[in-house]
Design a protein around this ligand. Structure first.
Ligand code: HEC
Ligand code: HEC
Ligand code: HEC
Ligand code: HEC
Ligand code: HEC
Ligand code: HEC
Ligand code: HEC
Ligand code: HEC
Ligand code: HEC
Length: 429
């Protein structure tokens, strides 16, 4: 056994040495770069790639023009350098771009030399997307790799200046999807970007820098037709809003909405222009429930009852907040009930999640928990205010005693003084 390993180890050693030698030779061979040299001295669109390339991730890894365009970088003569016989491809057709990029990006052995965890499925996924499928039929109006990543200044995806960085990506998609002329042949809406910019998600992303909020690609997938966790984009909400989905899956809506074509959450919340939900979604003139349920139906009655419960809890918590704040502002020690009040707010969050089962009983449970907390904290706040009042009465009483005592003293002194002045002055002065 041990002896049979011997030659193997030696051959590994040789292979290693050869690999080192090869790696050492590559930069030597690449040291000459006639493409760069000559193109740096041109102008306009022939020079631009060289200028842009300074920021490109491929430049940082030692790749150059010929690694994508082919040709001979050792030849100074343009004919020899840009020789199709040496694999030179000058103009890259839009339909040829994915294969060009994938020559390296689908090659696991090559990619993992540079970045061990790098995915190599971009092309495979891309071919499953609407973009990839249409490009395969020769439709060049769809996005290929360079429309999203740019070309000649391709940055790392986590670079904030990259066109696929979360804050930049919506604009990258909008270049086509908000362009009515570009999208005209397809007869699909061009309002996704405008709607998205009004959404809670864009607000969380752009105003609060919350990178866990979704951009276009979080819901639609980077390369594939949908993100890897879901079968269709319509189901994507549950990947982040896990508890809401759990409740929704138990609801009477799940089977009926699925029959209407999936997209459960989006029927009430929409997909691109999602707003902050409020009680107005349940009750009132703009209620979503009223779009399908008559007020007198079981669904309509449930909506009204749930709105009633949620409002009651919110009112109770707001009132005890006010009492606690008054007590706190007048210097009373109420930190404990203020802390306890958080359990009430927690119950409110639970109630909003539970509401997604669309059963009154499911909402009533956390609401009652919350109401008990609100009653308890309100009592504590009122007790503190009473204590404050009785302390004030005590203070007033002692102040009164002091004032009376001082008044007494003052009167005593006055009467002594007046007695003294009544004594006749000695005569002869
Ligand atoms: C001595 C100058 C010179 C060298 C060396 C050179 N080029 Fe060019 N290149 C040009 C000129 C001039 C043009 C535009 C005229 C033309 O189309 O031939 C051009 C055009 C191009 C184009 C645009 C597409 C096309 O075919 O018109 C690409 C891409 C390109 N070169 C890549 C390369 C690459 C890759 C290398 C190195 C292997 C290289 N060039 C070497 C001068 C040069
Ligand atoms: C990572 C791969 C890659 C590298 C590296 C690269 N290019 Fe390109 N280049 C492309 C692709 C892809 C296109 C086609 C872009 C498009 O469709 O808009 C292109 C287009 C061009 C064009 C326009 C060709 C035309 O259609 O007329 C020129 C010129 C060019 N490249 C020159 C260069 C030069 C010079 C370098 C080196 C500084 C370079 N490229 C490095 C991928 C690359
Ligand atoms: C519709 C836009 C779009 C197209 C088309 C596209 N990408 Fe991407 N790509 C992205 C987004 C978005 C990311 C992820 C950015 C992030 O993680 O924040 C990404 C990430 C990557 C990464 C980093 C590793 C990874 O998979 O996350 C590579 C490499 C990459 N793309 C290469 C390609 C190649 C090659 C093609 C063409 C076959 C391509 N992309 C087509 C949008 C696109
Ligand atoms: C000659 C091989 C090669 C070609 C061709 C190539 N790439 Fe790359 N690319 C790499 C290597 C190596 C890296 C660096 C390792 C890494 O960061 O993934 C890289 C990095 C990237 C990254 C950054 C990935 C990250 O994790 O941030 C993107 C995006 C990318 N390439 C897109 C493209 C696109 C788009 C094309 C086609 C226009 C292309 N590449 C063509 C080899 C290549
Ligand atoms: C270069 C232009 C271009 C860019 C950039 C682009 N797209 Fe597209 N996209 C298209 C075209 C054209 C279609 C085909 C429309 C169709 O078939 O209905 C399409 C189709 C789609 C579809 C399928 C629509 C349907 O009919 O169901 C989705 C989803 C989509 N794109 C999302 C995105 C996202 C997300 C981004 C950014 C990460 C993006 N696209 C970037 C041009 C583009
Ligand atoms: C919160 C998730 C989410 C985000 C973020 C999102 N989308 Fe969508 N998008 C959807 C859903 C869900 C659909 C409907 C898909 C279905 O029913 O199959 C959709 C549909 C689409 C369609 C098909 C046409 C249409 O309007 O129905 C396009 C194109 C599209 N989105 C592009 C975008 C672009 C561009 C962005 C970023 C500006 C974006 N989406 C952001 C979830 C999202
Ligand atoms: C990639 C994760 C992710 C996906 C996918 C996602 N969301 Fe969100 N969502 C968030 C984050 C993060 C917030 C902001 C959280 C906050 O405001 O506390 C948010 C906020 C919301 C809000 C507002 C909550 C509030 O308190 O005002 C609603 C409603 C919402 N999302 C619904 C949806 C729907 C419907 C979908 C599917 C079409 C969806 N989300 C897809 C992460 C996601
Ligand atoms: C039948 C309509 C309907 C469906 C379907 C629905 N929701 Fe809601 N959702 C509501 C209503 C109504 C509210 C607001 C209740 C309130 O604020 O009083 C709400 C509130 C929310 C909130 C905000 C909770 C908070 O803390 O303010 C989120 C997040 C949310 N829904 C996510 C989802 C997700 C994810 C799905 C799918 C799994 C979904 N919703 C399905 C009606 C719906
Ligand atoms: C897109 C239409 C639609 C919307 C919007 C909608 N529902 Fe429904 N709902 C249905 C359908 C269809 C059923 C199943 C058939 C039925 O029982 O009426 C149902 C069933 C119910 C049930 C069970 C009724 C029973 O008979 O047991 C309740 C409760 C309910 N919905 C509450 C709500 C509430 C609350 C809202 C608003 C947050 C709402 N629904 C929004 C269509 C809708």
């Amino acid at each position: 056994m041990t002896t049979s390993h011997q030659p193997l180890a030696t051959s590994h050693l040789w292979a290693g040495l050869l690999a080192c030698l090869a790696l050492a030779l590559v930069p030597l061979a690449a040291a000459k770069d006639s493409c760069m040299e000559c193109h740096a001295n041109m102008d306009g669109t022939l020079k631009a790639p060289v200028t842009d390339y300074a920021n490109d991730i491929h430049a940082r890894h030692g790749f150059s023009c010929a690694d994508c365009h082919g040709g001979d970088r050792n030849a100074d003569d343009p004919e020899a350098a840009m020789n199709p016989a040496k694999g030179f491809k000058g103009h890259v057709a839009r339909t040829a771009v994915p294969a060009l990029c994938a020559r390296c990006h689908s090659d696991a052995a090559l990619m993992h030399r540079f970045k061990p965890q790098q995915r190599v499925d971009q092309l495979a996924l891309y071919l499953t997307s609407v973009h990839g499928k249409r490009l395969a039929t020769g439709d060049t109006a769809v996005a290929n790799c360079v429309d999203c990543h740019s070309v000649h200044n391709i940055r790392e995806v986590k670079d904030p200046l990259s066109p696929v960085y979360p804050l930049k990506l919506p604009e990258t998609c909008a270049r086509c999807h908000a362009d009515a002329a570009h999208m005209k042949p397809y007869k699909i809406a061009t309002n996704q970007f405008a709607e998205y910019r009004t959404s809670v998600h864009w607000e969380a992303l752009s105003k609060r820098g919350d990178l866990s909020a979704p951009n276009c690609a979080s819901c639609h997938g980077n390369h594939g037709a949908a993100p890897p966790q879901v079968a269709s984009v319509a189901e994507v909400c549950g990947t982040c809003h896990v508890l809401f989905e759990e409740m929704y899956n138990k609801s009477p809506h799940k089977p009926v909405f699925a029959a209407m074509g999936g997209g459960g959450c989006t029927i009430c919340h929409s997909n691109h222009g999602i707003r902050h939900p409020d009680i107005g979604m349940l009750a009132g003139s703009g209620a979503v429930c009223a779009q399908c349920h008559e007020a007198t139906s079981a669904g309509g009655a449930a909506a009204a009852q749930m709105a009633g419960l949620l409002t009651k809890l919110d009112t109770a918590l707001t009132q005890s907040d006010a009492v606690l704040n008054r007590a706190h502002d007048s210097g009373m020690e109420v930190s404990e009930p203020i802390l306890r009040q958080m359990d009430g707010r927690q119950a409110q969050v639970k109630a909003l999640v539970a509401m997604h089962e669309f059963q009154v009983a499911a909402v009533a449970k956390p609401v009652n928990e919350g109401l008990a907390v609100a009653a308890e904290t309100r009592r504590a706040g009122e007790k503190a205010l009473q204590d404050r009042d009785s302390r004030r009465v005590g203070l007033a009483l002692s102040l009164l005693t002091i004032v009376i005592t001082m008044l007494g003293l003052w009167m005593a002194i006055r009467s002594l003084e007046s007695k003294a002045s009544a004594v006749p002055k000695p005569a002869g002065r």
